[in-house]
Design a protein around this ligand. Structure first.
Ligand SMILES: Nc1ncnc2c1ncn2[C@@H]1O[C@H](COP(=O)(O)OP(=O)(O)O)[C@@H](O)[C@H]1O
Ligand SMILES: [Mg+2]
Length: 429
């Protein structure tokens, strides 16, 4: 098979690496990819949102399967265009991708199908939103409904702050049209985890639970980022919790989407808060999470290409259960000084090596190559993943590699996994 992977981050590097192991795969292209991906696949210079360009490429090059990494092409309808041209593609269609592309849609959908989530209200008028928060308890969560690159959800601690957030989103339009509609929801207390699944729109195979580290600073302090690290599995997500998420959250979501004729063949990601009254959905993503994927896929034993094919063909149900390597994986993101505000770029990176023992992975995100030299080229530069018998050993392995890599202004969190072993109080009815 010839496969095209769309995207250019660490997530896509992890997907490409995994596909590379498959006996079904002959050639992999990435669009646009990055120079790290370029070491193991052919990079084609077509941007992820250039849907016509990507479809033309797939057609001309007889691509057997296209896999979409990021959300933007999905919400723009890349799947619909590929399906129209009878090209095989892994991802939800435009209507199904609304589960991520419109938080207002996702919340109303969850209400309709009784999927546990925080109580909420939707607003399109700033004065109505403002008068609402003036009589609401704090903290409260205010979210731009549209896509805002992971920056559109704000926890307001005071009413003044809440009013300011509403004005920024709806009047100043700091997120453009994405903030024309907002969701205001109850603040949930608990442990945050990510659960992803594969689905062909009918049946579901759960991946192992993982946990992201969104904030830039140690101990979850400072501004939110795209994610500074992740680990998998999460030991406090026990089997009962996993079963609850599958049966009460994921499956009803998939069957609801099916009822509404929204075609979903891809990865569904649930961002969850484990609260005293059970797991609640904070958001859905319509694709693999990043950096979670950099910690989840290295543990996947089942052939990823096999999974993709079963899904595209609508045969996921008859596929065997997923197999996982024992142990744990931990990913530490190396970022540039200034990230997540204004990241420095163009710094020479020292110490990059090829690890071929399947215990260490370097997933490139913001790198650039100049002759023999590697340079930084973005906020998140590289994800370093260690795999080992348990989380502690996986972390040690990742940090050992981190210590061997250097660039001016290199920033990383040294506390990835610090919330592992925490408990969450369950009081379910
Ligand atoms: N209801 C909530 N209660 C507490 N924290 C929340 C809530 N909703 C979101 N958050 C926090 O804000 C972060 C971002 O929110 P999310 O809905 O995932 O939006 P996005 O990823 O699009 O920015 C979450 O990861 C979580 O830390
Ligand atoms: Mg999120």
């Amino acid at each position: 098979m010839k496969i095209l992977v769309i995207g250019s981050g660490g997530r896509e590097h992890a997907i490409v690496w995994q596909l590379k192991q498959s006996r079904l795969v002959k050639k992999i292209f990435a669009a646009p990819g990055n120079p790290g991906i370029g070491l193991i696949a052919g990079c084609v210079n077509i941007k992820a949102d250039n849907i016509k360009g990507l479809a033309d490429f797939a057609q001309k090059n007889n691509i057997d399967l296209t896999v979409v990494g990021p959300e933007i092409p999905l919400t723009l309808g890349i799947v619909d265009e590929f399906m129209r041209r009878k090209l095989r593609i892994f991802g939800p269609n435009k209507q199904a991708a609304e589960i991520e592309g419109s938080k207002a849609f996702a919340k109303e959908f969850m209400r309709k199908y009784h999927i546990p989530t925080a109580p909420f209200q939707i607003f399109t008028e700033p004065h109505e939103a403002i008068s609402f928060v003036k009589s609401a308890g704090m903290p409260i969560v205010i979210k731009a409904s549209g896509l805002a690159a992971g920056k559109g959800a704000i926890v307001a601690k005071t009413q003044e702050e809440a009013v300011e957030v509403i004005e920024n989103m709806m009047v100043q339009k700091v997120f453009g049209d994405a903030g024309a509609k907002i969701v205001i929801e109850t603040f949930l207390e608990g442990q945050e985890v990510s659960m992803m699944c594969f689905t062909d729109g009918k049946s579901v195979k759960m991946m192992l639970p993982s946990q992201d580290h969104k904030q830039i600073g140690e101990g979850d302090t400072g501004p939110n980022t795209g994610g500074m690290g992740a680990y998998c599995p999460v030991n406090f997500v026990d089997e009962a919790t996993q079963a609850f998420v599958k049966e009460q959250i994921i499956e009803p979501t998939i069957s609801g989407l099916q009822k509404e004729n929204r075609i979903y063949k891809g990865v569904l990601y649930a961002g969850l808060m484990l609260t005293e009254s059970g797991p609640k959905v904070m958001e859905f993503n319509c694709r693999f999470g990043d950096p979670e994927t950099q910690a989840v896929l290295p543990l996947l034993k089942t052939d990823l290409a096999d999974i993709f094919i079963s899904i595209v063909d609508g045969n996921l149900e008859v596929m065997d259960e997923l197999e996982w390597h024992p142990g744990a994986a931990a990913c530490v993101i190396l970022a540039s000084r200034g990230y997540p505000q204004k990241a420095e770029t163009g710094k020479r990176i020292f110490g990059l090596r090829n690890y071929s023992d399947k215990k260490c992975f370097l997933y490139h995100a913001g790198t650039k190559r100049e002759g023999k030299n590697w340079l930084t080229d973005g906020g998140r530069v590289i994800g370093v993943t260690g795999v080992d018998k348990d989380l502690r050993s996986a972390l040690n392995r990742a940090y050992e590699v981190v210590e061997s890599i250097k660039f001016d202004g290199m920033t990383f969190r040294s506390d990835i996994g610090f919330k592992a072993n925490m408990q969450w109080k369950k009081s379910r009815v």
